[in-house]
Design a protein around this ligand. Structure first.
Ligand SMILES: Nc1nc2c(ncn2[C@@H]2O[C@H](COP(=O)(O)OP(=O)(O)OP(=O)(O)O)[C@@H](O)[C@H]2O)c(=O)[nH]1
Ligand SMILES: [Zn+2]
Length: 356
């Protein structure tokens, strides 16, 4: 049976669900293995934490290959088992299946996990030139499709004149249950605003484009934890300008925060159906449309168009198209293009016949 201290590990986000998984690994000769969490990733090395101290570890080739075979890799936030060999080198011997995982599709189609075992994603966007409702909507869809809750954090509220207008614009457009906060990420007030999500056992990830203010917010949220425990990477106050690696930090309130580099392109790793379900306002209204296959593009009796902004609908369709595209093989794509062409022709033909 794996020996572990729930109390200590819960300081770095252990939840009962993960603890049960470790408890289930019984009598498999792994009694020397210790549960730890990945708090920083490098190319071949991981920084792990057990709630008390850090260790550098590598992954056993067998574990690496097993993951690769499933198109998977270890990522920040993962819980793993670690064993130490006779040379005092530490090896990851197993990974607990993640409860949630945020992933994207790389350009070559491969799945790229961004963070595991996350409860809430803080979608960070500047109220300055960074502000873009469509991008936030895309983040929301992708994150919710991974089973992770979202909070929109609009930074630089102190630095722009029309913060209120932009917040109102988002509120109008987004689902009612989505928390939207406007903050000054450099001020301690941001910590108060985010307090409901900072409790012990919570793991947060910050997502947003480069320059949005993720590192600034991380520093503000982790400020005191760095001094009192020394546990987990402290907020990076070294004046580094661009985040290049992912790392996990601890808040004084107990939450773990994962900072990620800016996401330039983010293709969904979710099927179209999962994405559609994240536009819950559309999903709720659509059954009331007159036509069952209403596309909400102006059909008579559409129940959606009056209540959901046209741009939001466009964005939803674009996302779903992207998702469908990444699900298809090249052959399926060609077949679909042919089908559309044929449909188009048939449509033209019908139109001609009508005109006669
Ligand atoms: N006035 C003001 N400036 C901010 C705020 N948040 C961030 N900044 C400034 O915006 C710049 C970019 O912030 P960062 O925290 O480095 O942005 P980032 O999202 O971590 O960027 P990457 O590391 O490149 O992904 C810095 O100069 C910050 O000081 C804010 O709420 N108010
Ligand atoms: Zn409709």
């Amino acid at each position: 049976m794996i020996d572990f201290q729930f109390e200590t590990l819960s300081r770095i986000g252990l939840t009962p669900l993960i603890a049960n998984q470790f408890a289930a690994i019984e009598d498999s000769g792994e009694s020397a293995a210790r549960p730890m969490r990945i708090v920083e990733t490098q190319r071949d090395w991981f920084t792990l934490h057990d709630g008390l101290e850090e260790r550098l570890a590598r992954t056993l080739p067998r574990v690496l290959h097993a993951l690769q075979a499933q198109g998977d890799t270890l990522t920040i936030g993962d819980w793993v088992l670690v064993e130490t060999d006779a040379h005092q080198d530490h090896w990851i011997t197993r990974r607990a299946p993640p409860v949630t995982q945020i992933a994207r599709r790389a350009n070559d189609g491969r799945r790229q996990p961004l963070a595991s075992n996350v409860d809430t994603a803080l979608l960070v966007m500047g109220l300055d030139a960074d502000f873009n409702a469509r991008r936030i909507e895309r983040y929301i869809a992708l994150v919710r499709a991974c089973g992770v809750a979202c909070v929109v954090v609009l930074t630089k509220a102190d630095a722009v004149g029309d913060a209120h207008g932009k917040v109102a614009l988002l509120r109008e457009r987004m689902p009612d249950d989505l928390p939207i906060l406007a903050v000054n990420g450099t001020s301690a007030d941001a910590r108060l605003a985010l307090a409901p999500w900072l409790g012990a056992g919570q793991t947060l990830v910050l997502l947003g484009s480069s320059g949005a203010g993720k590192s600034t917010l991380t520093n503000t949220l982790t400020m005191e934890a760095a001094q009192d425990t020394g546990a987990v990477r402290r907020g990076d106050g070294r004046g580094r300008h661009t985040t290049t690696a992912r790392s996990m930090h601890l808040c004084p309130e107990g939450a773990c925060i994962i900072d990620t580099p800016g996401l330039r392109t983010w293709r969904p790793d979710a099927d179209a159906q999962a994405l559609a379900s994240t536009f819950d306002d559309v999903q709720r209204l659509a059954p009331a449309c007159r036509f069952r296959d209403c596309t909400h593009r102006g059909e008579p009796g559409c129940a959606v168009r009056d209540h959901v902004s046209g741009d939001r609908l466009l964005n939803m369709r674009k996302l779903m198209r992207d998702a469908q595209r990444s699900e298809q093989t090249p052959l399926e794509r060609i077949a679909q293009r042919r089908k559309w062409k044929a449909l188009g022709k048939a449509g033209n033909q019908r139109a001609k016949e009508k005109r006669r």
